[in-house]
Design a protein around this ligand. Structure first.
Ligand code: 13P
Length: 254
């Protein structure tokens, strides 16, 4: 039987300067630095990656970036490569977040390029997919997700995708306080795993962690995590406060 170690990841988006980030990381290290049975990751802003990864040394908490470029280096003003993220202490990178797709022109094609570059550099991609409210209401949820999944992983196969993480983040649930019910999320996660099985084979699909994201809080995490295909969470707002995020991380001890 494949066991998937749950991953609780905090996406700090464009919040916290360097000293605020280090302060929060220090506190999180005290509260959750030695937690076992669940992996923990935080994704601060670019300037805070290196200092936060230093602050977290000696703990089990990993660091991730919120974006990257697919080229190794070059004249790409404002961009950063996978290898640079690894050198700054990153183990993970969030790719294709809906905010990047909506505000910064990220497409399934760029997501695909970035995932290919991340896995080549041993950086673990967390590929974000999700439908808008309009798409859900029009009954297009599954077709939208199918397309995002297929295009995002185009040309990539089992060997490269051993560590891939998928984050299902329904856009209507991000920062709105509206969480998908655990049943709604489970239905989608099961669909995604069956698509991954078709595309990549059962043994890979069984090992891929599928996170849920969208208004995850200490109050709803246990119910979400009780679902068989929900393997963790990508947390926005509630990850900014170390105490609150630590409660989410310790969902099993409630
Ligand atoms: P919230 O938890 O604030 O809804 O954000 C979710 C998210 O976008 C995580 O990437």
């Amino acid at each position: 039987m494949t066991t998937r170690i749950p991953l609780i990841a905090g996406n700090w988006k464009m919040y916290k300067n360097v000293s605020e980030s280090v302060q929060t990381a220090d506190r999180l290290k005290e509260l959750a630095g030695g937690v076992t049975g669940v992996e923990v990751m935080i994704a601060p802003t670019f300037p805070a990656l290196f200092p936060v990864s230093k602050a977290l040394q000696g703990s089990l908490i990993s660091v991730g970036a919120q974006n990257m470029h697919w080229e190794k280096e070059g004249a790409y003003t404002g961009e950063i490569s996978a290898a640079m993220l690894v050198a700054a202490g990153c183990r993970y990178v969030i790719i294709g977040h809906s905010e990047r797709r909506e505000y910064f022109g990220e497409s399934d094609e760029t997501v695909n390029e970035k995932i290919a570059a991340a896995v080549q550099t041993q950086l673990i991609p967390i590929m974000c997919i999700g439908e808008s409210e309009k798409q859900r209401e029009a009954g297009e949820t599954f077709s939208v997700l199918d397309k995002q999944l297929k295009m995002g992983l185009k040309g990539l196969f089992a060997d490269a995708l051993q560590n891939l993480v998928i984050a299902y983040e329904p856009i209507w649930a991000i920062g709105t306080g509206k969480t998908a019910t655990s049943e709604q999320a489970q239905e989608v996660h099961l669909f995604l795993r069956s698509k991954l099985t078709e595309m990549q084979g059962e043994s890979l699909a069984k090992g891929i962690r599928i996170l849920y994201g969208g208004s995850v809080k200490p109050q709803n995490i246990a119910e979400l995590m009780a679902m068989p295909d929900i393997d963790g969470a990508l947390v926005g707002g509630a990850s900014l406060d170390a105490e609150t995020f630590s409660k989410i991380v310790h969902y099993q001890s409630k």
